[in-house]
Design a protein around this ligand. Structure first.
Ligand code: BDR
Ligand code: CA
Length: 312
């Protein structure tokens, strides 16, 4: 079977980095390009970090594009308190030498979806949805050309991580999320309900260290770094590896389970802005618009990560 074509839209971020490495390690996937967005850190850093990660993986041939430097309507909120000043704190890696592509990320997304046959490209999003919303705004015809969007964002039973009600990626640009959730595109959502079950343990970290590779060392060091924040916050022995769930789902959908339900984005309330209101119990007549995941086989997930990342 030919590899599945994907675009990764991202705001790296250590967990974004692990997701990108997993994708680059997977022969089942063909990464057409990586588009970056402002999120965990400002755009200049996410565009830099994406290239640092590609070079670490030995893939300077991957096209990296910079996209939106701010949300559609709101002031950018970043997360250096979790990811450090660079977004990739934890290990010193060389400045990238591979170029940033000239085109804007949104133009790349639109052009690629128009050039490829309908239904050929899956879009994987690991950050705020600004670039995707801008692409849909600019070229509404791409909605029916996208095979699916698999995204990390939102929360229902776990509620929020940046406010009591909202998850970071959706909170940063709720208007963009609203546009994507209303688009009619086939959506699969990895909310905190799932990612908070994908907790690292000392054994997982050791498995990465034991690889004896630069990539294994980097993954262990990154995880070590951002764990400190989450372990204290959640009083758990490890930290959630959010974004790799998106790529793991493409490789092993059987590791995840959830429900096809209606999900709406709260835009107006100051208290709950950015909340993903999931009709988990089907108590409204609203049309289901997303596969909202709720569970993951964490052992299977970490085994997949170790097996694939060990090949880099
Ligand atoms: C999401 O926010 C970011 O901090 C992570 O990279 C992940 O995409 C988790 O809420
Ligand atoms: Ca991210």
């Amino acid at each position: 079977m030919p590899p599945r074509k994907i675009i990764i839209d991202t705001d790296p971020g250590q967990d974004d980095a692990v997701a990108i490495l997993l994708a680059l390690a997977a022969p089942e996937l063909q990464v057409l390009g990586i588009t970056t967005v402002a999120g965990n850190v400002p755009l200049a850093l996410t565009a830099r970090n994406a290239r640092v990660i590609c070079e670490l993986a030995g893939r300077p041939d991957i096209f990296v594009f910079a996209g939106a430097d701010r949300p559609l309507q709101r002031t950018l909120v970043t997360a250096e308190h979790v990811h450090g000043k660079t977004g990739l704190d934890g290990i010193a890696l060389p400045e990238p030498r591979m170029p940033l592509q000239d085109a804007h990320a949104v133009d790349f997304i639109v052009q690629t979806l128009r050039d490829e046959p309908p239904g050929a490209v899956t879009v994987c999003t690991l950050g705020p949805l600004t670039n995707i919303a801008m692409a849909l705004q600019k070229a509404p015809d791409i909605a029916e050309r996208i095979a699916a969007i698999v995204l990390m964002g939102g929360a229902y039973f776990e509620v929020g991580n940046i406010t009591p009600a909202a998850e970071f990626n959706i909170y940063v640009d709720p208007e963009a999320a609203h546009k994507v959730f209303a688009s009619g595109i086939d959506l699969t959502v990895m909310p905190l309900d799932v990612t908070h079950k994908a907790l690292t343990t000392e054994t997982h970290l050791q498995a990465f260290r034991d690889m004896g590779t630069r990539v294994g060392d980097a993954v262990a060091a990154w995880t070590d770094f951002f764990e400190r924040f989450d372990k204290e916050k959640y009083a758990t022995p490890g930290a959630p590896l959010h974004d790799p769930c998106v790529i793991a789902y493409l490789l092993r959908p059987d590791l995840f389970s959830g429900r096809h339900v209606n999900v709406e984005i709260e835009l107006h309330s100051a208290l709950t802005r950015g909340m993903t209101v999931a009709d988990w119990w089907g108590v409204t007549p609203r049309r289901p618009n997303a596969m909202f995941m709720g569970d993951v086989d964490a052992d299977g997930f970490f085994a997949l990560l170790a097996e694939r990342i060990g090949t880099l």
